[in-house]
Structures are given as structure tokens and as C-alpha cells.
Design a binder for this molecule. Structure first.
Ligand code: ATP
Ligand code: MG
Length: 562
């Protein structure tokens, strides 16, 4: 066990108990079992961190198993993306495995079930089967095909396999009980006819095994000691155990299914089906759109693997469904970047400011700290000159006492530079300010140690020197949904809550010249604005930045006002 760990989560407690009851420590084995029908999201990260975390804690192998039994939805693109994301999160799997590798074994075991009189081929349609299911308070009805002979079942199942039946015409069902309290035990379907090409097995199979039959048996084949899944599978546990019992050899380890609560996050949706809709309907730019809760989206947005792991750790493992505030995820990236991201100055909504008593043509190189939170981060050079850009929002002709930025006849400090005082403005014929004229106190240079430099002024604002500034595109991302739980409304589709302002593109932002050498993926704090990273679209001639997260949380403020 790692020393730092505070208390065991309930799954670790279960494992500890199993160990104390005699389970051999070397038998511990876990798996992460994604279906390759979409990209991984932050919910999957909870499961990844949990399973691989257990692997680290107990020094046990963790398999990556693709649960690829539904060829209609699965693709190689997803397999590749999933592997890439898990790597990026910082985890290593013991073996890369596929449920489809077990198709033959699963088929052989299905024949074993038939031979034991525990499975039968049903010729009814799925609608008929559903009709006979009954309700939790009412027994189901036996299928008219339930008592077929073993020989007949074997022959029919073979025909299913050989493609002699149409899709939907026949299924193989387990013969359990049509009056079981657990509805899933009412003769569940094990195989269906599906004449689709599979991304790995091609056209080898005309039948495909169902989830319940596949999952437990795959766990058994791999000798997974603890098969951890999410709560919606709690009712499946009985069936999981029933299936295992049928194939258990009495010697090997019998896997144990245990459940934990799915990770839900506020202001987003987390089902692959819904995320796919956003992609297919063009509401976002692909699975890796920086607004998506996918690992690839978060990566492009500027999130780090550590921030996602830390978030997963803090949000913890719960027994009951709950919603985690997205602010917690944002906290973790801000917390990390505060310590690691170099500070730079960027102006997103520029207005020109002229320092009238600063010599024309003069240029000074000021020294600025890269990161006050990190004494090893060093310093950089920032050019200063007579004409600079500041944010339009940082100036008002008149303002009350609470406005600590620049106003006429008052002083502010220019970050890393001098104290200035605003004297007058120049406006265009529409009345919009196009220039602010100021004077500077030449003795007030930051860090010079002079009396004037120590003078306290209320506000500090950021700026860039016009003649040295680099033009950049800045993409301001915000939450993708305006509602805390967009998919919780019975009468409304989740897409009705899409935030129309989730992306604002600023084409004419200006950044300090030190960013000339910034590379794709580099992360910065734009002082007073937030954390930004260099987007994949960035080129040497045209820098493109994404806002990962603002410094202050405008949403929290809006919520308070409600
Ligand atoms: P989705 O509903 O988003 O499509 P899924 O459960 O169908 O998710 P799988 O690929 O089957 O996706 O999931 C792989 C593993 O990740 C499973 O063990 C599943 O329980 C777990 N998982 C999926 N979503 C979450 C979540 N939101 N929180 C925690 N674990 C999750
Ligand atoms: Mg699934």
C-alpha cells in the first residue's frame, strides 16, 4: 500500500477482506473493459483510475479488454483512440485483449449449456419474447420453444451460426426461470443472429454473444479476480454468477463482480450515445472538440493527465449515484497550472494607450518573473515602449471607487512596468475610444527598489507593447450546456440546453513576443485572464490559443445572482 493513502475505499475494503479470507495476493487481477463504440470520457477516467490504481496499489496486472461484441457500432478508430487516451493518462495495461478473441470459446460453452439442457433456441421475434417477459410482480410465460430437445437445439444453433437464419428470426436463450424476481433471469438471450462484418473477425460469425454472456466469461478466461463495473449492472450480478457457475471447473479462480456509482459531471452529458449525437449533428467539431467531456477534448482544451487523475482521486468512489460539480475538475487544472504554467501577458480586447511623456522611438527591455509560484521558473524579457495595448474593459472615463483599473486622472500600475496616470482620450466619430493618453512616473519601475516603485496604487493591469506584439487567435471556450443536468429533463431533449456561447473566437488578440517560440500543447497563464494552451491549429505564422479555464469562475458568480 502507498503510505500516503488516507482510508480505503469500499472496493479496496472488499479486496482486503478477500485477502484476509485466504485469496492469494498473486491472484489479484483487474481489467478495464471499454466497448470501442466511442471515445473515452471523463467518466471512463474514473473507472480507469480506479482499476489501474488498484493495479498499482496491489502490484497486480490490469488488462485492457475491448468489449467488442456489437459489430454494428464498433470501429478500429475507437480502439486506437482508447489506447491513446489510456496511455496519455499515464497508465500501462498488462495485456491488450478483445472479447472477440473469445468468440470460439464462448460458442463452445454455449453448446455446453445446450447439452446440459440449460439453453434453447427460440424462434420468436424479439417483440413476442418481450411480451412474455411479465413484470416484476407478474410471472412471465414460457416460450413455446422452451422444451425443445437437446438435439434440435444443437442443430438449430448450428444453423444460426452458419448463417442459415435471418437476423431477428432466432435467438439462443438461457433456460433459467420465467418467474424469477430478477427480470434479467427470465431466460435471457445469449446469442443473436447478426450478419455484420466485425472490425476484427470480419465475416467469420453470423451470431454474436450478448453482453452478459460475454463479460463474465471473458473475466473467467482472463482470471480477473475483481470485475468492477458501474451500478447499473448490479442486477446483472445474479446472471453473471449463474453463467459462471455453468462453466466453472472447480479449480480456477471465480471472478467477482462488484459495482460502484458512475461518475456524472454537472453541465455536461456523459453517455457515448449522446456524445455521438453531438458529433454527428455537427454541434461540436468531433469527439476531440475542446468543449467535449472526452479525454481527447480535455487534452486539446489544455487539461493535463495529472489534473484528471487528481480529479478522479478527489471525487472518489461512491456507492450511490451522484453528480460531481464540474468546478472540481476546473479546480484541479487551475491548481496544477498555477504551479507550473509560465505567466505571460496577452490582450484579448485591445485599445491603444499612448504614454505621452515616454520618449518616441525608445524601447526598454523589462524583466518579468515567469512564475512567482515557482522559484526555479526564472525570468523573461518583456519589451516596453510608448504605445501599448491594454484591455478595453480595463479603462473607464469615469467609474466608482470599486473600479480598481484605469480611469481619468487616476493611477494604475502596468504589470512588470511603470505606474501610469490617464489624462485624456481620443474618440472616433461614433464616440468610441480609440486612444487613451497617459503619462508615466519614470521612477516607478517595478523591481527597481526606488521609493516611487514601492508606492501603492490600487490596481495593476496587463498590457503588450504594440510594436513588439504578436497577433494571435484566441478561442474562448465555455461550458457546453447551460443546464446543470441537461439530460435529466423528461420533456426536453438535452440538446435544447446547449450553450450558444460555448465558443467565442477572437481573431485579433495580441500577445507578448516571448510567445513566438510557443509550441503546440504548451500551457500558459495569460495574466489576469486565465490558463491557455497552444492549439493544434497553431502555426509559426499564426498562433492559436485555447482557453483551458478562466482564472475566476464567472459561472459561480452567475449562480449566486440567481
Ligand atoms: P456510456 O454509457 O458512456 O456509453 P458505457 O458504460 O457504455 O458508457 P463502456 O465502454 O462499456 O461504456 O465502459 C467501459 C468501462 O467504463 C465500464 O466498466 C463502465 O462501467 C465504465 N464507465 C463508463 N462510464 C462511466 C462513468 N460515467 N463513470 C464511471 N465508470 C464508467
Ligand atoms: Mg457499454
Amino acid at each position: 500500500m502507498t503510505e500516503k493513502k488516507k482510508s480505503l475505499n469500499f472496493l479496496e475494503q472488499i479486496i482486503e477482506e478477500d485477502l484476509s479470507k485466504g485469496l492469494d495476493r498473486s491472484k489479484l487481477r483487474f481489467r478495464f473493459p471499454p466497448e470501442p463504440n466511442g471515445y473515452l470520457h471523463i467518466g471512463h477516467a474514473a473507472s480507469i483510475c480506479l482499476n489501474f490504481g488498484l493495479g498499482q496499489t496491489y502490484n497486480a496486472p490490469v488488462n485492457l479488454r475491448f468489449d467488442d461484441t456489437n459489430p454494428t457500432k464498433e470501429e478500429q478508430e475507437y480502439v486506437d483512440a482508447i489506447k491513446n487516451d489510456i496511455h496519455w493518462l499515464g497508465f500501462k495495461w498488462a495485456e491488450e485483449l478483445y472479447s472477440s478473441d473469445y468468440f470460439q470459446q464462448l460458442y463452445d460453452w454455449a453448446i455446453l449449456l445446450i447439452k446440459k439442457g440449460k439453453a434453447y433456441v427460440d424462434d420468436q421475434t424479439s417483440a413476442q419474447i418481450a411480451e412474455q417477459k411479465g413484470t416484476p410482480t407478474k410471472d412471465g410465460i414460457n416460450s413455446p420453444f422452451r422444451d425443445r430437445s437437446i438435439e434440435e437445439n444443437l442443430a438449430l444453433f448450428e444453423k444460426m451460426k452458419n448463417g442459415e437464419f435471418d437476423e431477428g428470426s432466432h435467438v439462443l436463450r438461457a433456460k433459467i426461470s420465467m418467474s424469477a424476481i430478477n427480470m434479467l433471469m427470465r431466460d435471457p438471450i445469449i446469442y443473436r443472429v447478426l450478419k455484420k462484418s466485425h472490425h476484427r473477425t470480419g465475416n467469420d460469425w453470423n451470431i454474436y454473444p450478448m453482453y452478459d454472456w460475454t463479460h463474465g466469461e471473458s473475466d473467467y478466461i482472463e482470471q480477473i479476480s475483481h470485475s468492477i463495473c458501474t451500478l447499473e449492472f448490479k442486477h446483472h450480478r445474479e446472471l453473471y454468477n449463474w453463467f459462471l457457475k455453468q462453466v466453472y471447473d472447480g479449480e480456477n479462480l471465480k471472478p467477482k463482480q462488484r459495482e460502484f456509482a458512475r461518475r456524472n459531471l454537472s453541465y455536461t452529458v456523459m453517455s457515448k450515445r449522446k456524445l455521438l449525437q453531438l458529433v454527428e449533428e455537427g454541434l461540436v467539431k468531433g469527439w476531440g472538440d475542446p468543449r467535449m467531456p472526452t479525454i481527447s477534448g480535455l487534452r486539446r482544451r489544455g487539461y493535463t493527465p495529472k489534473s484528471i487523475r487528481d480529479f478522479s482521486e478527489t471525487a472518489g468512489i461512491a456507492k450511490r449515484d451522484n453528480v460531481t460539480d464540474i468546478a472540481l475538475l476546473e479546480f484541479h487544472i487551475k491548481n496544477e497550472l498555477n504551479k507550473t504554467a509560465p505567466r505571460v501577458m496577452a490582450v484579448l480586447n485591445p485599445v491603444k494607450l499612448v504614454i505621452t511623456n515616454y520618449p518616441e522611438g525608445k524601447e526598454e527591455i523589462l524583466i518579468a518573473e515567469n512564475n512567482p509560484e515557482d522559484e526555479n521558473a526564472g525570468t523573461r524579457e518583456v519589451p516596453f515602449s510608448r504605445e501599448i495595448y491594454i484591455e478595453r474593459e480595463d479603462f473607464r472615463e469615469q467609474a466608482n471607487k470599486k473600479f480598481f483599473r484605469l480611469k481619468l486622472d487616476k493611477e494604475v500600475r502596468l504589470k512588470n512596468a511603470y505606474i501610469i496616470k490617464a489624462n485624456s482620450v481620443v474618440k472616433d466619430n461614433k464616440g468610441e475610444i480609440i486612444e487613451i493618453h497617459c503619462t508615466y512616473d519614470k521612477d516607478s519601475k517595478s523591481g527597481s527598489g526606488s521609493e516611487a516603485s514601492k508606492r501603492k496604487v490600487k490596481g495593476t493591469i496587463h498590457w503588450v507593447s504594440i510594436k513588439n506584439a504578436l497577433k494571435a487567435e484566441v478561442r474562448l471556450y465555455d461550458r457546453l450546456f447551460t443546464d446543470e443536468a441537461p439530460d435529466s429533463h423528461k420533456d426536453k431533449d438535452f440538446k435544447e440546453f446547449i450553450n450558444p456561447d460555448s465558443l467565442k473566437i477572437i481573431k485579433n488578440a495580441f500577445v507578448e513576443p516571448s510567445l513566438k517560440t510557443a509550441k503546440i500543447g504548451d500551457r500558459f497563464q495569460f495574466q489576469r485572464l486565465g490558463y491557455f494552451n497552444v492549439d493544434n491549429d497553431s502555426t509559426f505564422d499564426k498562433l492559436v490559443f485555447n482557453r483551458t479555464v478562466p482564472l475566476r469562475d464567472s459561472w459561480a458568480k452567475m449562480e449566486q445572482k440567481k
